[in-house]
Structures are given as C-alpha cells and as structure tokens.
Design a protein around this ligand. Structure first.
Ligand code: ATP
Length: 238
C-alpha cells in the first residue's frame, strides 16, 4: 500500500486552548478512513490543520511523500487535497453552476467541461438545478453541491467534515453511497469526519476515535463497529 497521508505528533492550539495533543494518523492510497468522536473532540481542527489553517504548532503532516506541514493552503490544495467543510459553506447567493465554477479555480480550465460532467454524473440533481440559487436548495442538495464543488479541483484526497449533519436518514444514506462511489469508481482517497458513527464506520476501511484532542482507538471499520466501548459511547441510542 502507498501512504497518502501521514500525520505524526500533531499539536494545534487556538490561542491558549490546545485542540490537538499529539495526533498520529495515517491514510493509505485508495482508502476511506473515518474519524469519529464527540462534539469538541478536535475532529474539525484536524481536518483544518491538514489544510494549514490553523497551523500545527508541532508535529508533521506528510502528503504523498511531501512534507506539507508549513505549506500555504493554496499550495496544499494544488497538490490535490480538497475539503468539504462542516456546515457546507456554499455560496448561497450564487447558482449551482457558479458554485461549481468556484471549485474549479484551482484546476486546469481545459478540464472544466469534463470535470463538470463527472460531478453531474454523480449528482444528477445538480445538473437539473444548475441555474438555481444554491441557498434555496434543500440541505441534502446543498451537501451534494459542497462535495461536488470540492471534486471540481480534481482531488486525490477528499476531506469531508460531517457530510451527514442535519440531513434526513434517507438523504444520509444517499450521501454515503455517493462517497463510496467517489472512492471506488473515481479512485479518490477519502478522509471523513463524522458524528454519525454507524454509517461512517460501515463505509470505512479503517477508523479512528478521537477524544479531547487525542486518538484513543483505531482499527478497521468493522472492528470499531463491534467494539463495546465504541458502541456504548457513539452508537447506542444514536
Ligand atoms: P464538532 O463536531 O462539534 O465540530 P470537533 O470534534 O470537530 O467538534 P473542533 O471543532 O475541532 O471539534 O474543536 C476542538 C476544540 O477546539 C473545542 O474545544 C473547541 O471549542 C476549540 N475550538 C475550535 N475552533 C476554535 C476557535 N476558532 N477558537 C478557539 N477555540 C476553538
């Protein structure tokens, strides 16, 4: 297996608050890796630290053999990492098509039509709604747009922050199916942060559990799903 992402001993602070306390985590090429954990555990901070905002104050982040710990965010994106942030952050006054165009600004303009078609194949709904103002779409459609926009930069590593947040169960199922398709059919490696532990671990090849800024457990998706502690803390009643 080829290592795509190697995070070692990463510490991140917000002022005096320490959000990450020496995180070690790896993602192999072609994998779906899930990070689960309670509110405030530091999951989003880890995703953002990979992209260089905020910066790790200690430790190392290596992507595809290259140390990106101190690289500016635009360069990290250019290297093939794209993030779909928590809360989606789509440009709600813009149309669907305009949002997708924004995502393409880091890619090669010559590829635009093909990339757009690829996103429309994954999300036929976005094709139908090209001219709709994105803020007027449903939560699920907006999530599809956020993922579609991230794909427009042709990432090799896709970072997803809580794609299921606030969505109805049926829509959650659809979103996870598409994530699987992106991974299997388009060969994109996926690192996924989720509170919806059941679906996320079911989908994942491997998973990690984070608690107050530290990784407390790791294993295959199946192992973690069957683990008593994981079940009690993140699955039962949830
Ligand atoms: P959630 O699922 O609620 O988003 P999370 O696991 O993603 O939780 P983070 O958002 O990474 O957790 O937060 C980790 C810690 O860092 C929390 O204690 C949070 O209050 C703190 N934190 C996050 N962002 C900031 C910020 N901009 N300024 C100060 N503290 C922050």
């Amino acid at each position: 297996m080829t290592r795509m992402l190697d995070i070692s001993g990463v510490h991140t602070y917000y002022g005096r608050i320490q959000a990450l306390k020496g995180v070690d985590l790896t993602v192999e090429k072609g994998e779906i890796v899930t990070l689960i954990g309670a509110n405030g555990a530091g999951k989003s901070t880890l995703l953002m630290t990979i992209c260089g905002r905020p910066r790790a104050s200690a430790g190392k982040i290596v992507y595809d053999g290259e140390d990106i710990t101190h690289k500016p965010t635009y360069e990290i994106v250019r290297h093939g990492i794209a993030q779909s942030p928590e809360g989606r952050r789509i440009f709600s006054r813009m149309t669907v098509l305009e949002n997708l165009q924004m995502g393409a600004t880091t890619g090669d303009p010559a590829n635009f039509d093909g990339d757009l078609e690829r996103v429309f194949t994954l999300f036929p709904r976005l094709k139908q709604r090209q001219t709709q103002r994105s803020g007027t779409m449903s939560g699920g459609e907006q999530q599809m747009l956020a993922i579609g926009r991230a794909l427009m930069s042709r990432p090799r590593l896709l970072l997803l922050d809580e794609p299921s947040l606030g969505l109805a169960p049926l829509v959650v199922k659809q979103i996870f199916e598409v994530i699987k398709e992106i991974n299997e059919q388009q060969g994109v490696t996926v690192f996924l942060v989720e509170q919806n532990a059941y679906h996320a671990l079911k989908l994942a090849h491997r998973g990690y559990v984070m608690k107050t800024g530290e990784i407390t457990m790791r294993g295959s998706g199946r192992e973690l799903l069957a683990n008593k502690e994981v079940r009690a803390a993140y699955l039962e009643g949830g």
